[in-house]
Structures are given as C-alpha cells and as structure tokens.
Write a protein that binds this ligand. Structure first.
Ligand code: ZN
Length: 305
C-alpha cells in the first residue's frame, strides 16, 4: 500500500531556476472529501489540478497520502507542504493510509518554524483538533489559546462546523496580496463554507466571510477570517477555507488566490503580511450557537465535513 500511496505528480526541467518542490498531502483520517479521493489508481481531482498548475507555474508537486513520509530526511527535500487532510493524521483513520508518527508531526512543525512554507485548503483546518474534540458535545465552541494542538497553533485557525452548501460572499480585505488583483472588492461563490475559530493574533487576513444572510446556525456570528497568510517562526503559512467542491478547484478566482498563496509560501515573492486581524474582522471572536442551544433534535446528526 505504501507504494500505491506514493504517486509522483510531475516534474519540471525547464533549464531555468530550479523549480521549488511541494509535498501535497491528502490523507483523510476523518471525512474523506471527493476532491481528494483517488479511484482506479489515478490521482484525485485536486491532485491533478495542483500538478497542472505546477507545470504552468514552475513548481514541482509530489502527491502522497502516506504519513510515513514525514521523516526529517524527507521533510528536508521539500520547500513547502500543502495539506488537504482531515482528522488526527497520527492515526490510520478513515482512509487507512499509513499515519504520521508523533515524531514525524513534530519534525514537520519544526521545519515550518525553521522557515519552510505551508499551504492549507479547506479541511486542513479540520485536522489535528485540540482534544477532547467533539463538535456534537460542543467542545469546539471555545478557544483554547496556547493550549491548542501544536498544528492548530501553526495553522492559525481551526474548523468548528459547516452548514449547507450555498452561494456566499467573500470580502477581499487585502486586494494587494498576490493573486487577489483580479478578485475585486468581493465575490460570490457556491461552496461548503467553514465556520472557524482560534484565530492567531498575527493573522494577515486576506478574505473575510460575509455571514449576513447565510443559511445555517453555523453562520450566526459576525464576519470572520476565511483566507489568511501569517508567519510562524521563520515559516510562511497560507490558508483558505475554500476547496470543498470540485468546481471550486477549477474556478479561476480560486486558482489565482491559491497560486498567489503558493508563490508567497514558497518564498518566490514577497507580500505585506502585517497582522490585521482586529481591523479586518473585529468580530472574529464570535461563536455560533452550540448545537444544543439551537436545534436539539438535530444536535446528534453527524454531518460530513
Ligand atoms: Zn468539505
């Protein structure tokens, strides 16, 4: 299985500056999204899209679901790590792919702190929740601050819950961030939207979720960060909550934003990532009502993420 889990997604030999190298990790210890599910030994939709973007934009992508690759020797080979994962990746979990070791997780986080890049889409925020974790029991409806899981402290935010897919508005609070030039002051998109918490104080917020008029208790709160960049030690961390739907991965706005984030995380371009959390999303600390405070009869319904 370990061999199957490794698929080399493509390489570049343009003769120009050496292409930087991203490890795209899509292990699902929790819910397995269709966008990263492989069938018949083929790369998943998101893996194909990222590989193609790499070919066009001069970065190399290696795709894996094997958590065993996170050893100090392997970690050193990559310039950035891209997660579209779920759950506790140190457990085999849903997809039964080999887990990360605790030492591998620690080495990976230290590597980011020492200066490598990190890119996360969507359920990268539904990964390594602070324990004990149960969205039904309401343990996610609070912030843990510096007692959060070390992965959450690196990412700078954490998933709470999502409501029904719907068209919703992203407000562009930093139109100067790479890739945002074409987005306008705001845009709408059909997507599964994540309600998030545990925002790091040094977030440089790029997109804010406009919650006004959204369907679902998960969005009964003020606007909050949905895409950000931040530094973590010497490392560069970029996250966007988007990426659930397969058509989002081929949406030009999503690709433009993602490429900007990748270029910055790889250190190819500079960007102003001055912390702006309080100005960009002053109500970021709001929480939606807990399930048992809202519709008790639905509190036990396990939703996919
Ligand atoms: Zn999702």
């Amino acid at each position: 299985m370990a061999v199957l889990a490794w698929i080399f997604c493509g390489s570049l030999s343009l003769g120009a500056a050496e292409a930087k190298h991203i490890l795209f990790f899509t292990k699902s210890s929790g819910f397995e999204h269709s966008a990263i599910k492989r069938t018949n030994g083929e790369l998943s939709h998101a893996e194909k899209v990222l590989t193609e973007l790499g070919k066009k934009h001069s970065f190399e992508v290696t795709c894996t679901k094997d958590g065993g690759v996170f050893t100090p020797e392997n970690i050193a080979k990559y310039d950035a790590f891209f997660f579209y994962t779920t759950g506790d990746l140190t457990k085999p979990g849903t997809d039964k792919q080999p887990p990360m070791t605790a030492a591998g997780k620690a080495a990976f986080l230290q590597a980011i702190k020492n200066g490598k890049g990190f890119i996360g889409t969507h359920s990268a925020s539904d990964t390594f929740h602070t324990e004990p974790d149960s969205k039904e029991a309401g343990t996610r409806y609070q912030n843990y601050g510096d007692k959060s899981d070390p992965y959450v402290l690196m990412l700078g935010g954490e998933f709470i819950k999502h409501g029904p897919q719907q068209k919703a508005k992203m407000i562009v609070v930093d139109p100067k961030f790479p890739g945002c030039e074409e987005l306008g002051s705001d845009f709408e998109l059909m997507e599964e939207w994540y309600s998030l918490k545990e925002f790091a104080s040094n977030l440089h917020v790029i997109l804010v979720q406009d919650t006004a008029g959204m369907k679902g208790a998960e969005y009964k709160r003020g606007p909050y960060p949905a895409t950000w960049a931040r530094t973590y030690g010497k490392g560069r961390v970029f996250f966007t909550s988007m990426g659930h739907r397969e058509d989002v991965w081929t949406n030009p706005k999503f690709q433009s934003l993602l490429l900007g984030g990748i270029d910055w995380a790889l250190g190819n371009i500079k960007a102003d990532v001055t912390p702006n959390l309080e100005q960009a999303a002053p109500k970021h600390g709001d929480f939606p009502p807990k399930p048992d405070e809202n519709k008790p009869e639905k509190a036990k319904t396990k939703r996919k993420t």
